[in-house]
Design a protein around this ligand. Structure first.
Ligand code: G1P
Length: 289
């Protein structure tokens, strides 16, 4: 009997050094794509997948992330008084159920695996999703919903995967693949950021996961991996053979918003997907090509 997927962990403790100076006094997850911060895309995507409880793994200087999902009483009162209905509508996605969002702190930057371990009390004995807000996916069905559906089919662990150029395997967690029906692929092994020559495939993990709580026991050993960090990929690899583990080739386009070029491309793609902006953006784009 599969337990329903209701929890999501969002690691947001990173320093965002690649976006300095913008991120000097502001969390990188507050950077907007068009008019919405990255963190809100992640929360909305999680909600669309049936997630009801959220845990942000934060660090120092990240309080804006918590504020963003609180009621801004004065702002709302002013908007109501001025009858600014559109602006009030824009705030809707920022409101979460009372008590449904918690934060824990990752006091030391020991890696993604360590960040997830920091959420262990929240996770308890339940399956949980992970969303890395830097990875933004433009798709017909929200990416995490696709993973949740796959989890309901297969049970066990499911990660979102995409083929990358061979020379990029050293940027991602990479799969050693087993049976493959073109959509779901059986995971036989996982390696974090292998050199192209050592990579078992060019199928990479993107920042969307559905994992079983047993991964926490493996992360708790705090074994250091690539970059001398506690790697989530290494913890997940220990589950293989004991539980189902699949990669899902999701439908959609992924943008790496942790990278300047990926972030700029996301702005254009998401603007073009907006009925209120597409025509105006299309009109100015040729000027720059
Ligand atoms: C992390 C994971 C990696 C995964 C990637 C997806 O790496 O460690 O396995 O492929 O996210 O974006 P990071 O981007 O934090 O270096």
């Amino acid at each position: 009997m599969k337990k329903p997927l209701r929890k999501a962990v969002l690691p947001v403790a990173g320093l965002g050094t690649r976006f300095l100076p913008a991120t000097k006094a502001m969390a990188k997850e507050m950077l907007p794509v068009v008019d919405k911060p990255l963190i809100q895309y992640a929360i909305e995507e999680a909600r669309a997948a049936g997630i009801e409880q959220f845990c942000m793994v934060t660090g120092r200087g990240k309080t804006a992330l918590v504020e963003h999902f609180d009621i801004a009483f004065e702002l709302e009162a002013t908007l109501r008084q001025r009858n600014r209905l559109e602006a009030m509508e824009a705030l809707k996605g920022t409101i979460v159920e009372p008590g449904s969002m918690v934060t824990v702190r990752q006091q030391v930057p020991m890696g993604l695996g360590h960040a997830i371990w920091c959420a262990r009390a929240f996770i308890g004995d339940d399956p949980f999703a992970i969303l890395l807000p830097d990875d933004l996916v433009l798709s017909r069905t929200p990416c995490l919903k696709q993973l949740a559906d796959a989890y309901n089919e297969t049970g066990g662990n499911v990660v979102a995967v995409v083929e990358v150029p061979r020379e990029h395997t050293n940027r991602y967690g990479i799969l050693k693949t087993g049976a493959d029906d073109g959509r779901l692929v059986e995971v036989q092994g996982l390696v974090e950021k292998p050199a192209p020559a050592d990579a078992p495939s060019n199928l990479s993990i993107i920042g969307r996961y559905v994992l079983m709580p047993e991964v926490i026991g493996h992360l708790a050993k705090m074994e250091r991996g690539a970059g001398n960090e506690v790697q989530l990929t290494d913890g997940m690899a220990k589950l293989i053979g004991n539980q189902p583990f699949h990669g899902l080739r999701y439908e959609g386009t992924r943008f790496d918003c942790g990278d300047k070029v990926g972030f700029l491309e996301a702005q254009i793609a998401f603007a073009l997907a907006r009925p209120d902006l597409a025509a105006a953006v299309r009109a100015f784009l040729p000027k720059y090509s």
